[in-house]
Design a protein. Structure first.
Ligand code: CP
Length: 293
């Protein structure tokens, strides 16, 4: 049985096969690939895109979905999250999709469940399905030619699980990843080039991935206001000029903090394409882990 805890759980060949399936699923309204299967969603943190896309993906494949309302679950009566998951597992689901603030929680579960665990976000550590849909969006844009492409990830790198997964995945496909952030948000990973301001590398990059400032994960206020932060890190028309650069963001976007209103309607921004791709990529991942296991 295979789980998806980090993108390293899939070989490059497996990822390319997932993308082949995702291309087919992009144009498919529904199928019966997972007919008779039951997928359980356990989201212990807020979500719009990931939870919605996993639900839609499972339903489009003909599976039934149970999204446990963790706000009214027995965790509120003192049950540990571990016990919640093992009890759900005892009911016999075909997969459990989990988002939790603990960076290592997903990994600890795999010896205690009888079905695939899919990581829908682990603290500030990993968000593998987001990175896979980001990669898919880049692959499709460049017709598979990702070798040597330069990707700048800008914003709150240190607490971003999206950066955590992409910095490992994109280089496997030949991409050169660097980070742009103020000192308080810089990565502690010495492997990557880091810049204070996007203007230092804007002429070299092919892709800019903007990130949200994860206020909920900070123990202190780093800026007097998000407006102060935005003066240097918001992507605007002026930042891009007329350069041919792909603009990505995992969402949710803080408008005029991460990206200006104007750039959110600019054709170089592929954010809603990422969201659409997210359903197809998750359909392909569910097919692989639930049907093809
Ligand atoms: N990209 C992402 O994880 O968005 P949600 O938090 O809305 O799921």
């Amino acid at each position: 049985m295979q789980h998806l805890i980090t993108t390293a759980d899939f070989t490059k060949e497996e990822i390319l096969n997932i993308f082949d399936d995702a291309r087919i699923f992009l144009d498919m309204e529904s199928s019966e690939v997972l007919k008779g299967k039951i997928i359980v969603n356990l989201f212990f943190e807020n979500s719009t895109r990931t939870r919605g896309a996993f639900e839609m993906a499972a339903k489009r494949l003909g599976a039934q979905v149970i999204s446990l309302d963790v706000g009214t679950s027995s965790t509120k009566k003192g049950e540990t999250i571990f016990d919640t998951v093992t009890n759900i597992n005892a009911m016999g689901p075909d997969a459990i999709v989990i988002r939790h603030s603990d960076c290592n929680f997903h990994k600890t579960l795999i010896d205690y469940v009888d079905c695939p665990i899919l990581n829908a976000g682990a603290g500030k550590n990993a968000h593998p399905t987001q990175a896979l849909l980001d990669l898919f969006t880049i692959v499709e844009h460049y017709n598979g030619d990702t070798e040597g492409k330069k990707v700048a990830i800008i914003g709150d790198i240190r607490t971003s699980r999206v950066a955590g997964s992409n910095k490992k995945l994109l280089p496997r496909f030949g991409m050169d990843v660097s980070f742009v952030a103020p000192d308080c948000f810089k990565s502690e990973d010495p492997e990557f080039k880091q810049y204070d301001n996007i203007s230092e590398i804007i002429d070299e990059v092919d892709v800019v991935m903007s990130l949200r400032t994860q206020l909920e994960r900070h123990n202190e206020m780093y800026f007097s206001s998000l407006h102060e932060y935005a003066k240097d890190y918001c992507i605007t028309k002026d930042t891009f000029g007329d350069r041919d650069i792909l603009l990505l963001h995992p969402g949710p976007v803080n408008r005029n903090v991460d990206i200006s209103d104007e750039m959110l309607v600019d054709p170089r921004n592929k954010i809603l394409e990422q969201v659409r791709n997210g359903v197809a990529v998750r359909m392909a991942i569910l097919k692989k882990l639930v049907k093809d296991q």
